[in-house]
Design a protein around this ligand. Structure first.
Ligand code: PMP
Length: 289
């Protein structure tokens, strides 16, 4: 697949950034992961809003204005001319700098767009669901690396994912410093209790997921009362249904948390939201969204 580095479109195996790039040296970078449906980037403006927020909070300058970014992403998609749905990873690092940590030593940010295949989700993921394990590794405290920033440093999420996979679960559920549910390693978390979806508020230290926001809106539209409120462990283990939200897959049902089964079937509220999400994507593909 093709990649884009600072204005140049190259085959992936010829696309390199410097070993002195601060994204590599320090994780001094921000990123976004988008996907296409029907050849067009889905929720592009929302992802670019979040990229700008991440870059702003990290004092990294995005080298192109919004309209130019969109033009360059379109140029890369045209070069690839894939008939398949694909992922688009956007990375802005602080750029090449000296050996020191002080950021002004890197005057020119590095802008990379990387096209990738979609992760292959087996059909059973959506019919049987995934298992979650509550990880020991906590989500970053907002006073450390604020989870509002989609930072190039994902080490804490990687550690949590390792824990979960080594324990035989599909994914990790991460708590914040207070022990409240935050999010999963690359997705947001919802539970359902008495027919109402509940998801932690942004203030509990999570990434403001674009799929999360879409699901909140769709849920309210189909008559569910979606609540943003803190989830403690007691509420977690008292839920009727649970699911994750993320760009690549939309909604992934959860049927097990730690040793506790949530049933062998996907719950009715999760199914309803998945249907609403699929219809929302279909509207986008038809150009009606
Ligand atoms: N939380 C984290 C930590 C993530 O990395 C992601 C993936 N970007 C999400 C949540 C889900 O966000 P989105 O719905 O925008 O893909």
């Amino acid at each position: 697949m093709f990649a884009y580095i600072n204005g140049r479109i190259l085959p992936e195996d010829q696309a390199f950034v410097s070993i002195n790039d601060r994204g590599w040296l320090y994780g001094d970078a921000v990123f976004e992961t988008l996907r296409t449906y029907g050849g067009r980037a889905f929720k592009l403006e929302e992802h670019l809003d979040r990229l700008e927020m991440s870059a702003g909070l990290s004092a990294i300058a995005i080298p192109l204005a919004r309209a130019a970014l969109i033009k360059e992403i379109d140029r890369l998609l045209e070069a690839e001319s894939s008939t398949q749905d694909i992922m688009i990873r956007v990375v802005v690092s602080r750029g090449v700098g000296g050996a020191g940590i002080f950021p002004t030593e890197a005057p020119d940010p590095t802008l990379v767009f990387q096209l990738r295949s979609l992760p292959g989700y087996a059909p059973e993921v959506f019919t049987k669901g995934w298992s979650l394990m509550v990880a020991e590794t906590r989500r970053n405290d907002p006073n450390a690396i604020n989870p509002l920033i989609k930072s190039g440093n994902y080490l804490n999420n990687i550690m949590a994912k390792r824990e979960a996979v080594e324990a035989g679960a599909n994914e990790a559920l991460m708590l914040n410093r207070e022990g409240l549910v935050a999010e999963s390693t690359v997705s947001n978390f919802f539970l359902v209790k008495n027919g109402n979806p509940v998801t932690p508020p942004i203030s509990d230290g999570i990434l403001p997921g674009i799929t999360r926001e879409t699901v909140i809106k769709l849920g309210n539209k189909v008559g569910l009362n979606v609540q943003e409120r803190s989830i403690d462990l007691a509420a977690l283990f008292d839920c009727d249904e649970a699911f994750l939200t993320l760009t690549s897959a939309g909604i992934i049902p959860i049927t097990k948390i730690n040793k506790q089964s949530l049933g062998t079937e996907i719950g009715p509220v999760t199914l309803r939201l998945r249907q609403a999400y699929i219809e929302h994507v279909d509207d986008f593909i038809r150009g009606e969204e």
